[in-house]
Design a protein around this ligand. Sequence first.
Ligand code: KG4
Ligand code: ZN
Length: 402
Amino acid sequence: MIILGIETSCDETALALIETRPAGAEQSAPGGIECRVISSLVHSQADLHNAYGGVYPSLAKREHGRNLVPLLHKILEGLPVQEPVEPSHYARTIESFRHEIEPQNPELFESFAAAGFLKNKPFIDRIAVTEGPGLEPALWVGINLARMLGELWGIPVAPVDHMEGHIVGSLLSEDSPSAGWQRLRTLPAPALALLISGGHTELVEIGSVGRYKIIGQTKDDAVGEAFDKVARLLGLPYPGGPHVSKLSHEAFEEGISSPIKLPRPMISSGDLHFSFSGLKTAVLYAIRDHYKETGTENGKALPDAFRKGLAREFEQAVSDTLVSKLQAAIEKTGARAVIIGGGVSANHALRSRFQALAAEFDLPLYMPSSHVSGDNALMIALASALHPAEPRAMKASGTARL
Ligand code: KG4
Ligand code: ZN
C-alpha cells in the first residue's frame, strides 16, 4: 500500500510517500507491517516567522497554501501514473470545491486549480492528513488539500493525530529511516512515551499502537515553548531550542557555569505533570537582576559568558525535570520500553540523559532520528499505516485526541 502523508499543523509544510506491506509471519513488528520511505519533504517557514518571534498563524496558513501544491508536484515526480482523471470529473471536482475552499484558502485553491499534473492519478492508495492538535487555520490547509485530492483521485482520506505521529516516528530505525524496506521497532507492552515539542509535553502510557493514555502533561508552557521563550530573552532567533542548546554546549566546553540556580519546576509534586512557565520567568528575573546589579540599561546586549551560563543552567533544569518525571512514570507503569518524540528530542544533552536513564532501568529506548524529530509527514503516513482511522468528516482542532 502506498500512502501520501500531509502535515501542516504548525510552521512546517510537509509531504511524504511511504509504501507498506505485511510483515512476514515470524516478525512481531507493531501492526504487522514493514515500511519503505519513498520520499519525505519538509519545507520550513521558520525564517519567515522569526521576525515575529514565534509562529504567526495567518502567515503559516498562507504559506502552507502557497507551498503545498508545488511540493506535491515535486514528491509525485518519481511515482508512476495510474490513469488520467476523466475530464468531466476533473472539472466537476474543481467547481464543487470552489465555493468552499477558494474564500478560505485562496492560495491553495488557485494553485490546485492551475496544476495540470493533478489530471493524472498516481499510484496512491490512501491519503493521511494531520487533523490536530495544532494551529487550526494551518491544519485546515492540509485537510482541504487532502479532501480535494481524495475526491479528484477517488482515494480514501484518513485523519491522523499529530502526537500519535510523534510516537510512531520513533519506531523507524534511528540510523537510516529512509533506506529501503525496514521492520519497525517492536513495542513491548506497556510502553511509555515522553512527547516533547513546541506545543506539547506529555507522558503517554501505550498498551499497543492506537491504545494510549495520557498520564502526565504540562499545566502551562510546553518544553519547546519554554526553550523558544528563553531563546528570545537571550536575543536568539526562532525557533530557539537549537540555539539555546548550542550556547549551553559552548558553556560546557568553556567551563562556564551559571550565574544563578534556576528552579526544577514540580520535581517534587508527587505526580507526573509538568510546568515550565515559572522556569522561563525565573530566567527573565535573572536577566533583570543582571541589568540592575551591573547598572546596565535594560535591553542592552548581555555579556556572552552570562548568556552561556544561563542557557546551560536552563537546559540542565529542563533535563533534571524531564528525567525525574520520566523515571517516576517508568516506575509507576512498569514500562518495558521508552519512546521519546517531538522536536525537543533533537537536543543532545537531553538525549544522553534519556540514554543513561534507560540504561539504568535496562529498557529499550527509541528516539527519533534527526529526519523525523521535528514535524514531518512521514510520521503522519506511518501513523495511518499502523493505526488506520475510520473514514469520517474531518475538523481541524487545537486539542489532542490520542
Ligand atoms: O515537534 P516540533 O517540530 O513542532 C511541534 O509540534 O511543536 O517541535 C518544535 C520545538 C520548538 O520549540 C524547537 O525550539 C524545539 O522543538 N527544538 C529544540 C531543539 N530542536 C528543536 N529544543 C531544544 N533543543 C533542540 N536541539
Ligand atoms: Zn510536532
